[in-house]
Design a protein around this ligand. Sequence first.
Ligand SMILES: [Zn+2]
Length: 298
Amino acid sequence: MLELPFSSPVDFEHCVTCEAPAAAGHWFVFRGDQLLVEMGPLERPSDDPRVRARPAGARLPLQNNHNWLGGDPSRTLYLGRLRGVDCWIAELPAAAEPPGGMSWQGLRTLFSVLEDAHFALAGRALQLLDWDRNHQYCGRCGTPTEPRREERVRTCPACKLSAYPRVAPAVMALIKKQNQILLARSPHFPPGMWSALAGFVEPGESLEQCLAREVEEEVGVRISNTRYFASQPWPFPHSLMIAFVCDWESGELKPQAGEIEAANWFEVLQLPKLPSKISIARRLIDAVVEEIKGTNDV
Ligand SMILES: [Zn+2]
């Protein structure tokens, strides 16, 4: 099985309530989408067009309870246990200064710097904070909701509506045509970067139907022979990316106005700038490129 960034660490136990707090736990403290870490100066180059440089190392604070934060967090959640160590999530106000020797960093900057298991749990923590923040009141009747001790859910005491953490499935398609692959640019991509096509699943659609619709809408081509590749939790803010490889069947490239800035067939030996290895997009492209090179001796 392909281990992708943000996938659950094998030695992590998901829990909603801490029955007996141990001496010290890992603290995932956020201010907006930035995580509090102890880190050295920025010095490592980055493969991510969105990140200029990375620190040589970074680590999470290990503390007994939230008192060290020097103020009341907006919210505190229990995440679970990693190798027997409690993991806590806290959110500080937007203007909060970092404690001495620490700094606020975006998750993209911390990829490959923070220990893999901590990085994955930071993504999970970011999603749970987003859910908790957005479901303080019942969406049906407006009553303040309450967390449940035994399950990750907030319920309304008045009308009993339950709000579970939301996961939005999205599909990704890398389309092959002989020795070429189809890459496209969305208007929000960093300059020069190209990637596979992707889109959110609509209510009532299967993944295969979503894939066929998205590809036809975005670039005007039809596909066949769809094969599952892998999936990746994507915490910006709460997606599950499900990636496929498929073959071009028919149609000329016609980028959808407003959605796709450009789309092109690329020879595997002449690829443009690709997304960082943090994303399944890059793993998918790398795997298909290797497969084409291996079978065609290009
Ligand atoms: Zn309600």
